[in-house]
Each structure stands twice: as structure tokens, then as C-alpha cells.
Write a protein that binds this ligand. Sequence first.
Ligand code: ZN
Length: 141
Amino acid sequence: MIRIPVPHPEPDKYTQPYWDGLKAGRLLLPRCCNCGHVQMPMGPCCAECLAEDFAWEAMSGRGTVWAYVVYHHAFHPAFADRLPYNVALVELVEGPRLLSNVVGIAADVVRTGMQLQAVFEPEGDATLLRFRPAGASEEKP
Ligand code: ZN
């Protein structure tokens, strides 16, 4: 059986510090030097005030499930052996919301409002940001 690789992120000048941070086990996001807004997704200017100066800052890694879906069908063949899996919109305590997976539990146990902690999972050449329930062991079931 031919194994199809999972699509990998393609860092650019706006996202390279984010990916480097994940590889080092840190969740770094850009904070606007003018208004303090934490920018996610990253871009050339602040979504709140249009300033162009950012400082990359370590986030706590704590967040909450804002919304989720559990996939029972692989819409990309690389994910066929992962079914079922969840995709969650996670709201960080610092404010930004980002898409990720909640791991360390059965995929369909995820619920809105669940308190989470970031985990950094190597996958191929990249390290991906995922979350586990806060207070849970880092061991996978
Ligand atoms: Zn700003």
C-alpha cells in the first residue's frame, strides 16, 4: 500500500517564527507593537490598527474549545488511517482562535468549553500545534 504523506505547512516571511517556535516547543504569535493586538493569522499589518511592527511573544498554550467537528470520512487520503479525528477551533486565553486537533482522548469526546493545553507534535519535517485536555496526561490512549 502506498502511503500518502500529510500535507505540510509552507512557512513564509510572515509565519516562519511561528513554525520555528513550534519546533522549539513554544507557541509564538505576533503582538502588535502599537495596539497590543495578538495577530492570528499572521499578515503584513495589524488587523486592528494597520500598524506593521510586531513582536513575537510566547503564548501560554492554554485555550478552550470554541467549536469542533469530528471527521468520519477522509477528505484527503493521507488522513484515512486517522479516522475518526476531530478538528477544533481553539480560543487561546490571549484571544486568538486557531484550528487544531484535540488529542490524547477519543476523537468524539471533544466538547465546546473543554479546557486545553498546547502540545507540540513532530510530523515529518514540521512540528504541529495540537491540544490535549488540561490536566490530562501527555500519554496517548
Ligand atoms: Zn495594532
